[in-house]
Design a protein around this ligand. Structure first.
Ligand code: GDP
Ligand code: MG
Length: 447
């Protein structure tokens, strides 16, 4: 163990009152701290009941102590866990005492960071710890625990292995230029690259799903005043979140609701109706609508079915930010007797926000738009960062296939090198300190 490493400590249980609270200590000073605090170093991996005493002998608490000697611990360092009574004051006193004995307060995510640095976990697994703790649905939790267990990393490694094999083949051929032309013309190489790309597709699809489970889809409801936007928010949320009146311009601010459809988290945003309004407050609201639309994953344009698609609706449609897909929602069909449900061949759903007709079809439609299917066996959690890296690697392989066709061996080799580099970022081989700092600082203290 590196002797320059200090000893860190934190209360790992949530702030507040509970039956049990835990202080975790990790680092080289653990044995010394244990001797003073507990009177002895507990036997490795055996829970024992101890008095926790401050340096002046004052009794702070009585509880369980567990000692995990390095390297067989979560962080790979000596770790001591003190399970005391879960009150904020007693936990604070205990932590203060540990800090006085030479430990320092752990930064957010620092235990996991040490576990990563000591090769206990790779980066994707360490991130899965935070995702598991923060998961908002049972599906997200199941996916995160699979990532923590190494499912995602295994699939990334399988891609890496093939990539490395192909690289070795290409680089070896480059060392024997007289054979270079032959090997590039070799159909087999292009075929192998195509196969690899297909496997990338499969991993990307699973990672995309994993990211959706974690981050959900941001859905912005927009449309003319009185089209029924707030009514739609309410029926999706299942309660009266927004005020609904027949007065145009009722909604002036942005309203947010979080729901889930069978494990798919949705962040639904209700907005002020889009039209030319002389009202200053409404104008602010309309500006906010545009801002929200800019950050949306998907927009729902609510249209009053009685009126059909008016010039105003068309204008809103045309002003939607490029790249944000949208669905037209024909609302108030209860007034005309139109059949509810998805409209064949169009990204449109007919509903009544008042009666709830067509809402089930809308939910189904949203799941499809998100590319969300029931979690397949072997699904795992992933983050935007992982998708970016996968996409960069895929682009490089694609470019490599093109270079292969051009018989440009050196360029092909370079693309494959870049693909490997991008994949390595997922699991954290060759990751900049800067990126590590950003990832672990998002964790909560004590993890
Ligand atoms: N008949 C009928 N009225 C609706 C429906 N949805 C909304 N409304 C009415 O239309 C008016 C405007 O609704 P609201 O949700 O406030 O629209 P917003 O301005 O787009 O947010 C209210 O009087 C609602 O009760 C619907 O599906 N059927
Ligand atoms: Mg409204």
């Amino acid at each position: 163990m590196d002797s320059s490493i200090d000893t860190i400590a934190a209360i790992t249980t949530p702030a507040g009152y509970g039956g049990v609270g835990m202080v975790r200590i990790s680092g080289p000073d653990v044995p010394a701290i244990a001797h003073i605090l507990l009177g002895e170093l507990p036997p490795a991996r055996h829970a024992g009941l101890y008095d926790f005493r401050a340096t002046d002998g004052v009794l702070i608490d009585t509880g369980l102590a567990l000692y995990f000697p390095a390297p067989a611990s979560f962080t790979g360092e000596h770790v001591l866990e003190l399970h005391g009574h879960g009150g904020p004051v007693v936990m604070d006193l205990l932590l203060q005492c540990v800090l006085e004995l030479g430990a320092r307060s752990a930064r957010p995510g620092e235990f996991s960071e040490r576990a990563f640095l000591n090769n206990k976990l790779d980066l994707a697994q360490a991130e899965a710890i935070a995702d598991l703790v923060e998961s908002g649905t049972a599906q997200a939790a199941r996916a995160a625990v699979r990532s923590l267990h190494g499912e995602f990393s295994r699939q990334v490694h399988a891609l890496l292995e093939q990539l490395i094999e192909l690289r070795a083949y290409v680089e070896a051929a480059l060392d024997f230029p007289e054979e270079e032309i032959d090997f590039l013309a070799d159909r087999q190489l292009a075929g192998r690259l195509q196969d690899l790309l297909q496997q990338f597709d499969a991993v990307h699809a699973a990672a995309y799903q994993g990211r959706l489970l974690r981050d959900g889809m941001t859905l912005v409801i927009c449309g003319r005043p009185n089209a029924g936007k707030s009514s739609l928010l309410n029926v999706l949320a299942g309660y009266d979140a927004a005020i609904v009146t027949d007065i145009p311009g009722t909604t002036r601010d942005v309203l947010r609701e979080h729901i889930q459809i069978e494990g798919l988290p949705l962040h639904i945003i209700d907005t002020a109706g889009l039209h030319d309004s002389p009202d200053q407050i409404e104008q602010h609201g309309i500006q906010r609508t545009h801002r929200e639309l800019g950050n949306a994953d998907h927009a729902l344009l609510v249209i009053d079915y009685q009126d059909g698609i008016t010039a105003a609706d068309t204008a809103i449609l045309e002003a939607l930010p490029a790249g944000v897909p949208h669905t037209r929602i024909f609302n108030k069909i209860d007034l005309s007797g139109r059949r509810p449900g998805s409209i064949e061949g169009a990204d449109a759903v007919a509903i009544s926000a008042r009666t709830g007709a067509g809402i089930e079809a809308l939910r189904e439609h949203l799941k499809q738009c998100a590319g969300f299917t029931d979690l397949p066996e072997g699904g795992f959690s992933a983050r935007r960062r992982h998708l970016d890296a996968l996409e960069r690697a895929m682009q490089a392989v694609q470019e490599g296939i093109r270079q292969c066709g051009q018989q440009a061996g050196e360029l092909l080799a370079e693309e494959l090198r870049q693909a490997q580099q991008a994949l390595n970022e997922i699991t954290g081989e060759f990751t900049s300190e800067d990126l590590l700092g950003r990832i672990f600082s998002d964790f909560c203290i004590g993890k």
